[in-house]
Design a protein around this ligand. Structure first.
Ligand code: CAA
Length: 258
């Protein structure tokens, strides 16, 4: 499938998706979001794809939702079109891991898109922010909820009410990103992590992803009970027998996804 706003390539079980609207710092317009949903549909349906990396350019992961596209919209249009609803749900419901590899600006919808991914690896140049307040609006793809859960109320409230950006060191300190790497190592590091995931049992990967997500959706007791059930259920798969046999036999496991 070909895209105008994305560059998509798959190697060794990993699909790398680059947002590609350089003239607008990868601002998320309707075309980009619908192409991203289509690319996720393709990746979801292809058993050979085990993990995704989502990235932008050195200058911007994405500088937000496209302000020029939104500026003249009415409340009726935003509501009727469920603006951002379908694309956000598509990413939320994607079952394979997605790593956000962030350089430069990740602002507004760009920060929210990174937070919709399973984890974020940032380069030293990354800057995160929810500057919607400067436009007289609020985040619309989960920023008030996810940023608050990830970095805590005080920092989220300050960033959302003042529009202040966070640099990569602060983002790592506050738990928004898993780690910070040199600018020229970002894609290499993200691809290495993705390739590692791609070599694991795809069934165990999906269950682990669901379990970590559950930690944000449920109580501790319910989450722990769910974990125990899924942990037990993993013993129904050949991949568990293979993984444990390979450890005992001191060899690399060959997971088949069965
Ligand atoms: N939407 C549309 N176009 C954008 C854009 C956006 N979010 N961000 C940048 N661009 C465009 C600029 O208009 C400019 O285009 P022209 O050359 O045609 O004028 C081009 O990208 C380059 O941008 P700048 O000249 O502004 O670059 P800069 O280096 O001076 O500044 C920046 C970079 C600080 C990121 C600045 O572009 C900026 O503040 N962008 C807007 C950030 C923002 O407010 N994001 C939130 C959007 S609302 C949202 O996301 C709602 C939601 O939660 C869903």
């Amino acid at each position: 499938m070909s895209y105008e706003t994305l560059i998509v390539e798959t190697t060794d079980g990993v699909t790398l998706i680059r947002l590609n609207r350089p003239q607008a710092l990868n601002a998320l317009n309707s075309q980009l979001l619908s192409e991203l949903s289509a690319a996720l549909d393709v990746a979801e349906a292809d058993a050979a794809v085990r993990c995704l990396v989502l990235t932008g350019s050195d200058r911007a992961f994405a500088a937000g939702a496209d302000i020029k596209e939104m500026s003249t919209k009415t409340y009726a249009q935003m509501f009727e079109q469920d603006f951002f609803g379908a694309s956000a749900r598509r990413i939320e419901q994607f079952r394979k891991p997605i790593i956000a590899a962030v350089s430069g600006y990740a602002l507004g919808g760009g920060c929210e898109l990174a937070m919709l991914c399973d984890f974020i690896i940032a380069s030293e140049s990354a800057k995160f922010g929810q500057p919607e307040i400067n436009l007289g609006v609020a985040p619309g793809i989960g920023g008030t909820q996810r940023l608050t859960r990830f970095v805590g109320k005080s920092k989220a409230m300050e960033m959302i009410l003042t529009g202040r950006m966070m640099d990569s060191a602060e983002a790592e300190r506050s738990g928004l990103v898993s780690r910070v790497v040199a600018n020229d190592k970002l894609i290499e590091e993200a691809m290495t992590a993705a390739t590692k995931i791609a070599g694991q049992s795809p069934l165990a990967v999906k269950m682990n992803k669901e379990l970590v997500e559950a930690a944000y959706e449920t109580t501790l007791a319910t989450g722990v009970a769910l974990e125990r059930r899924l942990f037990h259920s993993l013993f129904a798969f050949d991949d568990q027998k293979e993984g444990m046999a390979a450890f005992i036999e001191k060899r690399k496991p060959d997971f088949k996804g069965s």
